[in-house]
Design a protein around this ligand. Structure first.
Ligand SMILES: Nc1nc2c(c(=O)[nH]1)N[C@H]1C(S)=C(S)[C@@H](COP(=O)(O)O)O[C@H]1N2
Ligand SMILES: [Mo]
Length: 430
């Protein structure tokens, strides 16, 4: 420990006093007196006037954590599972803690996971990607081969088609992590699928591709060739580092704006064909049952949607009435978000929110609504509108269109009942 630092701070009460009065004056002026809890308190705040342990002792050196982790005070920022949802955690799902995050990028360690056969663990040196079917030359790539193609960086959301599925019949799960947390948004690095397909030479009769995973579920999904040639990527990195194993290390396909189940992880093969393959996934699970008893198939795009992340049931208001920051996320599988409206009274009156941060195609958008809460009960709602003019529907509008039997593609407007004590609850307004 260098006592010099200590001496300066601990043994110089004059300097300490100066520092604290400086903070007080600066704080009050900058805040313009809007906060009820004045910084100029009658009793001195020991956190300002007294030396704390973290001022007194030297901290860990640079190599204490070769790969850093969040502060222990952030240990509530974790993925969570809902045990009763699935019979087995190897074919299960957990949820992104949306209420603990800000901005638009989901940190790699808290991206929700959806596995049908558990997480595959693969040494990248042993990983291969095969392209076969209706191509001039079937090819096999190593990871090293793939990294020699021109790269691209793009941020996209991935939303499971079942996100919000438990809420079709009525409000059920108390927290945006559980009602909306089957989504993540990361910056992918990889190569465009069209460049890989061009290398193999796609035959003119080809219309579909079938990506397949190397995990125990061998999951595969048919994707129209048009989409594959448009903006699909073969990604090997997320948020600047290699994919996490949970997200398909070392390789996954990125299918921007489309249902999460098409984004095959641990990608090992892409077959090119002239018609869609028949899969169990598609026919029994990712199909929307309509009121008429017929089903909607091939509903690939994820519809325009938004959610208020704070305040919300897991993130109550603890500061009391007055200046309040309401925030949330909006997205659309059809492109950019043009506008987000906020209602404080369950959808009767709407005011525009402020979108802040990058507005990218098929990526999460962050919105804020800064308001003066009078401490009364509110019914908070957000409604997103995308650049194609799609408007997020109410849950009743959705049910009128599709009936009550659906699970997938619930993009209905969420209501949080904010109570005078600052707590919030998942409710529905009819
Ligand atoms: N190989 C393989 N790919 C897969 C799955 C899987 O179980 N195996 N699950 C799919 C489903 S249903 C979803 S919603 C997304 C989830 O991606 P994530 O785990 O990165 O959140 O991956 C998709 N890709
Ligand atoms: Mo999914």
């Amino acid at each position: 420990m260098t006592d010099r630092d200590e001496t300066n701070i601990v043994k110089n009460p004059a300097r300490r006093k100066l520092l604290s009065s400086g903070l007080i004056a600066g704080g009050a002026a900058a805040l313009g007196g809007v906060f009820s809890k004045s910084a100029i308190a009658a009793a001195p705040d020991p956190l300002i006037t007294e030396i704390q342990d973290w001022n007194r002792y030297l901290g860990d050196g640079v190599d204490a954590a070769p790969y850093g982790v969040p502060s222990e005070h952030e240990n509530d920022t974790i993925r969570r599972n809902v045990a009763w949802l699935t019979a087995d955690e190897k074919a299960s799902i957990n949820f992104t803690p949306l209420h603990r995050l800000d901005g638009i990028i989901t940190p790699n360690g808290v991206c929700f996971e959806r596995h049908h056969g558990g997480k595959a663990v693969i040494n990248p040196a042993d990983h291969r990607l095969m392209i076969n079917g209706l191509v001039d030359t079937p090819l096999v790539f190593t990871m090293e081969d793939l990294k020699r193609f021109p790269r691209t960086n793009r941020a996209y959301f991935l939303e499971c088609a079942a996100n919000g599925g438990m809420e079709w019949k009525g409000s059920q799960l108390n927290g945006c992590q559980f009602t909306h947390g089957m989504i993540h948004n990361v910056m992918y690095t990889g190569v465009l699928l069209k460049d890989i397909l061009a290398e193999a030479g796609v035959k003119s009769s080809a219309k579909w591709i079938l990506p397949e995973g190397a995990d125990a579920s061998h999951m595969s999904r048919s994707i129209p060739l048009e989409k594959a040639m448009d903006d699909c990527m073969i990604a090997f990195a997320m948020n600047g580092e290699a994919l996490r194993e949970e997200q398909g290390y070392p390789l996954r396909i990125v299918v921007p704006g489309w249902e999460g189940n098409m984004w095959i992880k641990w990608l090992r093969r892409i077959e090119v064909g002239d018609k869609p393959w028949h899969h169990r996934e598609e026919t029994s699970k990712y199909t929307d049952l309509l009121k008429s008893g017929k089903s909607r198939r091939f509903t690939w795009e994820m519809d325009v949607k938004s959610i208020i992340t704070n305040p919300s049931p897991q993130a109550p208001i603890t500061h009391g009435k007055g200046q309040t920051v309401l925030t949330g996320l909006a997205w659309s599988g059809f492109g950019k978000i043009k506008r987000v409206d906020i209602s404080l009274d369950g959808g009767r009156n709407w005011q525009p929110a402020r979108i802040d941060g990058p507005s990218w195609d098929k990526s999460l958008h962050r919105f804020y609504f800064d308001f003066d809460w009078d401490g009364s009960e509110l019914f908070l709602q957000s409604r997103a509108i995308d650049e194609d003019g799609n408007v997020q529907p109410t849950k009743n509008e959705l049910r009128a269109a599709r009936g009550g039997n659906s699970i997938y593609h619930n993009n209905g407007i969420q209501t949080w009942h904010l109570r005078p004590d600052g707590s919030a609850e998942n409710v529905e307004i009819s």
